[in-house]
Design a protein around this ligand. Structure first.
Ligand code: GLU
Length: 416
């Protein structure tokens, strides 16, 4: 099976389209992005040399509103990957019914090897290169893999300099001091935790002492772990790119974070057994949360997954040929476009607050997030019930999203 993300995105779309009996022309329309921009990003490195990076911004489908989606900095970023990720954003925004289309950007670089000054120059130059595509009404970037609130602050500043006044609504995931939303930093992990909790309730699993395994201990994995453990779950294993740690009695999440901050990895944390990322995925547990990168659950290991619920914190962690196996193995699979949508939901709140110049307290943010996540989870359940066993959880979720996108398309009509 090919693990090319664009091919995977197409397969997922085709499966849902078939279920809905979607018109072939409409399917073609949705397979291609509205536009993609490739840009040259030359910057001065700290040693005085010039280095040229390549960046992209893809705008997949704008029928439901402005394009929305993160920017990732990663050595493996390609145009195809960015297009696929922008497609997933279209579905994600539709699943949670927020008024956006899908966008995504990326720069092929290794931020772990770059200084803060180099990252700032890269961000500013990339922002200036995609200026013709972005605006608070047109396309609103956000953080993604290896980008963070500081990088969003530089994007906001660069855009504002060109406009001649401050435009906080150009980007979400900013620091709170610059018009960011309270609760945005924890929102993706919180959304994962809420959907996992609802799934547990649905299949009759008590969250108290439920065993949770999390791959990835970045922003998403950490907050999912923290919030689920606050709700009584037992986090028995976590990992990062260097490997994983296991403790049957459960981990104290904040202590693991302290260790990671100090040493650069979760590995070596006191009183834990070291395990590989592959072993971690196969641990017996109630909830498994892949919250790292793409293509970690494949045809090779799907059959060994030993979780009752899988909640996809990462984008695209499961390959299509693993989907069916996973669906048969697990009682409930929460696909990425539902499970990790809490981030873009609070991005939406942030944008609304920026446009209104009126800011909410964290309690309101979390309450409204809770409401949208629970509602969306129930809507997916309803579609899954209608479609029956034949549809995987992903296909059911995709069908809900696709219906909403097609409705908007049909109401607007095709110009000219
Ligand atoms: N990058 C995140 C995602 O994949 C957040 C996007 C956003 O907030 O616009 O959902």
């Amino acid at each position: 099976m090919n693990e090319d993300p664009l091919q995977i995105a197409h397969l997922q779309l085709e499966e849902a389209a078939e279920m809905m009996d979607l018109d072939d022309g409409l399917l073609d329309y949705l397979k291609t992005p509205d536009r993609v921009m490739q840009v040259k990003v030359p910057i001065r490195m700290d040693d005085g040399s010039i280095k040229v990076f390549t960046g992209y911004r893809s705008q997949h489908c704008g029928v439901r509103g402005p394009y929305k989606g993160g920017i990732r900095y990663h050595p493996d970023v390609t145009m195809e990957e960015v297009i696929a990720l922008s497609m997933w954003m279209t579905w994600k925004c539709a699943v949670v019914d927020i008024p956006y289309g899908g966008g995504k950007g990326g720069v092929a670089c290794n931020p772990k090897e770059m200084s803060s000054g180099e990252l700032e120059r890269l961000t500013r130059r990339y922002t200036s290169a995609i200026l013709p595509l972005i605006s608070p009404d047109r396309d609103i970037p956000a953080p993604d893999v290896y980008t963070n609130p500081q990088i969003m602050a530089w994007i906001m500043d660069t855009y504002s300099i060109f406009q001649g006044y401050s435009v906080p609504g150009i980007v979400t995931g900013k620091p709170v001091e610059l018009g960011g939303s309270k609760g945005r930093i924890s929102s993706t992990g919180r959304g994962v935790a809420i959907t996992a909790r609802e799934a547990a309730k649905k299949i009759g699993v008590r969250l108290n002492n439920a065993r949770v395994v999390i791959q990835g201990f970045g922003n998403v994995g950490y907050y999912a772990a923290k919030i689920l453990s606050e709700w009584g779950a037992k986090i028995i294993a976590v990992s990062d790119s260097r490997g994983g740690i296991y403790r049957a009695e459960g981990l104290t999440v904040d202590k693991v974070l302290e260790h990671k901050v100090k040493t650069g990895s979760v590995v070596g944390f006191n009183g834990t057994k070291e395990i590989s990322n592959e072993e971690l995925l196969e641990l017996e547990c109630e909830v498994l949360i892949p919250a790292a990168l793409e293509n970690v659950i494949t045809k090779k290991n799907a059959d060994n997954i030993n979780a009752r619920i899988v909640a996809e914190g990462a984008n695209g962690p499961t390959t299509p040929d693993a989907d069916r196996i996973l669906d048969d193995k697990c009682e409930l699979v929460l696909p990425d476009i539902l499970a990790n949508s809490g981030g873009v939901v609070v991005s939406y709140f942030e944008w609304v607050q920026d446009l209104n110049r009126y800011f909410w307290d964290e309690e309101r943010v979390n309450q409204e997030l809770e409401r949208i996540m629970v509602k969306s989870f129930n809507e997916v359940l309803e579609v899954k019930r209608e479609l029956g066993k034949e549809a995987t959880w992903r296909a059911a979720t995709m069908t809900l999203a696709l219906k909403r996108v097609v409705e908007a398309f049909e109401l607007r009509g095709l110009w000219p």
